[in-house]
Design a protein around this ligand. Sequence first.
Ligand code: F6P
Length: 322
Amino acid sequence: MKKIGVLTSGGDAPGMNACIRAVVRCGASHKLEVMGIRRGYAGLLEGDFLRLDARSVANILQRGGTILETARCEEMKSKGGIRKAAQAAHQEAIEGLITIGGEGTFRGAAALAEAGGISVIGIPGTIDNDVYGTDYSIGFDTAINTALDAIDKIRDTASSLQRPFFIEVMGKDRGFIALDVGIAGGAEDILIPETKTKIEELSLDIKRSFERGKKCSIIVVAEGDEVGGVFPIAQQVWERLRIDYRVSVLGHLQRGGSPTARDRILASKLGAAAVDALANGKTGYMVGEVKGEIALTPLKETWEKRKELDNNLISLAKVLAT
Ligand code: F6P
């Protein structure tokens, strides 16, 4: 193998740049030429390439976002799109492709690997941390620390005015961000898509916590909670308690910022592991880290198998909220 490509696709995540840097520099150590592909699969389809060398990835380790930019590409969901992407890679003599992203990214990568003619390795890069086959995905640690910083600040005003605060964090299908942030931020309640939200119970919890002398109530709500968002939840609680409350949606600020040390290290390890995997003739896998060891998981399993939440954390959150 002489030439490989690297792209970032779907939602960006802090640490993607650290990963691109690792791919380029480890690629160079394997004597591989590395082509960056702009705007994910959309750029691949259009042949939007740029040559990357050790110097072109200098000073990006600490930067959020992705220097390659990213996109959500509908065309890659069709057979025609896959064919076109494979052709574009062949035309550029790219023999191996590293794709950094989440589920949508890996679906495209698996289809490309199946189409043949190009080796493909995925790297989990999503703040949601919802990818099977890795304990953590790139960006998660930064996102939870960003959300935590915001929650700590909100707690100052919430307790000064003795208010309940409903804080929405990202996680369209899963509650990984909400659970970790809720534990670390001392939330009174954590509402996630994986468990049923009972408004009656939640209202009683809030009422009782004020009766126990608490000065505020922080309720962390995952974006994908089954009730349909933080506003209807807050409204339904208000209808029962008639207490003045506030809602705060942390939104995309969770996706930005300089990656934490943990994310930079994970990104560097996974970038290197992906290059090693390609150089060793592997294709159709995602490289992840499980219990501190690099693990290869067939791409299909990354979305077909479900990554489980830590149930102990869910119970612990309840005990700690007393
Ligand atoms: O998948 C990562 C994520 O940040 C989700 O948590 C969120 O629902 C989604 O992306 C938001 O996507 P967009 O940037 O397209 O609004």
